[in-house]
Write a protein that binds this ligand. Structure first.
Ligand SMILES: [Zn+2]
Length: 405
């Protein structure tokens, strides 16, 4: 394979996608089921047609690219997504779709008889409708109509209205005749970058559990209220924030992480003792018992903190999903493919969620990670190396060849 022409192939496709939703400061904004994501899918159609491929769109708006009119009894699916977070990077998701096109192009070029479709799933990021992986959840039947009906985007538009506008159906369905699903993605953390490794073969995908803690203190005058009389909601919140960090650190040997990502204080005024704080808490991991230990510790010690301070609180679950273990036979085959190609790799869990976790509900699923510069992602400075996309794609092709023997 001529890797120089592979780089220019990928580069030319990247350049065509890049202007869509690009921000002045260098990043991109392509929210799921929004105008920019539509343009990304239209561009994928244009590019695919130009390469002599055929594109189909399913009832959820997901795009599938195949070679010609070939009707496969069963087929492999490779790909990722084309949406982004606000002011996100140009590599997240796009790398996986382009890797798919590169593999499909090789299959066509070398006339290999491998049944493959490249997918671009819709709305993988939760930033558009507050719910991640909507396209892949619809096509794997893992989302309920009742959940869809509640979803609204940042403009207050409901998902159902958006679907009606575009002619999509909110009816979940289950993709048929799928042999397996392989997704290449940037790591979005800095494990590969710091190890100086090119490839990660993903073993499992961490699932987030999200909670809201409302701390109901007492709003008072900051000058006239002696310290011993106070019910300062922000001071209580500070203890909880430290507690979350401590619990996460304690369970970090199991790859569990815990974060307070949201803090809202009322009235947020210089001369007022804070009366109310809302915290948003995100706990993730690949080991359910470890996640439960963090959660149990959080509940117990939060209760202790609030009792000691005489402050009321409300602890609410926002969402909860379980970690996904990727298919062992796929992991072993991907490792064999990498070894055959003399490409070094590490096995690793994924801290971030991906479409692969939805696909794992209906078929064997595997993932390949490539490094992103300094581990920066969901950020305008996100950067990945196209050579690594090619390396990862070679592993996928080798895997597919072996599976098709
Ligand atoms: Zn992504």
């Amino acid at each position: 394979m001529d890797s120089l022409s592979d780089v220019s192939f990928l580069n030319s496709l990247f350049e065509r996608f890049y202007p869509i939703g690009s921000c002045e400061n260098g990043g991109v904004t392509r929210l799921g089921y929004g105008p920019e994501e539509n343009k990304m899918h239209n561009m994928l159609k244009d590019i695919s047609k130009g390469l002599g491929f055929k594109v189909e769109t399913d009832s959820a708006g997901n795009s599938f690219v195949g070679i010609g009119d070939a009707k496969y009894e069963k087929y492999h699916i490779i790909g990722s997504h084309l949406d982004s977070v606000p002011s996100g990077g140009r590599y997240d998701g796009v790398c996986g779709v382009l890797s798919g096109l590169l593999v499909l192009n090789w299959i066509k070029k070398y006339n290999l008889k491998i049944p493959v479709k490249v997918v671009a799933f819709r709305c993988e990021e939760s930033s558009a409708f507050g719910r991640a992986t909507i396209g892949s959840s619809l096509s794997t039947g893992s989302i309920k109509d009742s959940e869809l009906a509640k979803l609204k985007n940042v403009n207050g538009e409901s998902l159902l209205d958006v679907f009606e506008k575009y002619g999509y159906s909110p009816e979940p369905y289950i993709m048929q005749n799928v042999i397996d699903y392989i997704e290449l993605h940037i790591e979005q953390g800095r494990v590969l970058w710091e190890k100086g490794m090119d490839i990660g073969i993903v073993t499992s995908i961490a699932a987030p559990r999200r909670y809201r803690l409302n701390i109901l203190g007492r709003q008072d005058h900051s000058g006239a209220t002696p310290m011993y009389m106070r019910k300062d909601a922000l001071c209580a919140a500070a203890e909880v924030i430290s507690l979350v960090e401590e619990l996460g650190k304690k369970e970090s040997v199991h790859s569990t992480v815990a974060t307070v990502g949201i803090i809202k204080e009322k009235p947020n005024v210089m001369n007022v003792v804070p009366g109310f704080v809302e915290l948003g808490i995100d706990i993730r991991g690949i080991d359910k018992d470890s996640i439960n230990r963090v959660l149990d510790g959080l509940k117990k010690d939060t209760d202790n903190i609030m009792k000691r301070r005489g402050i009321d609180y409300e602890f609410q679950k926002i969402s909860s999903s379980d970690p996904v273990t990727l298919d062992r036979s796929v992991i072993e085959s991907l490792k064999r493919a990498a070894k055959k190609l003399n490409i070094d790799f590490v096995e690793m869990p994924s801290g971030a969620g991906h479409d692969a976790m939805e696909m794992a509900n209906i078929t064997k699923a595997g993932m390949i990670f490539i490094p992103c510069k300094e581990g920066i992602s969901h950020n305008i400075h996100e950067k990945a190396d196209l050579d690594k996309v090619i390396e990862g794609s070679k592993i996928i092709l080798e895997y597919l060849k072996e599976e098709s023997l």
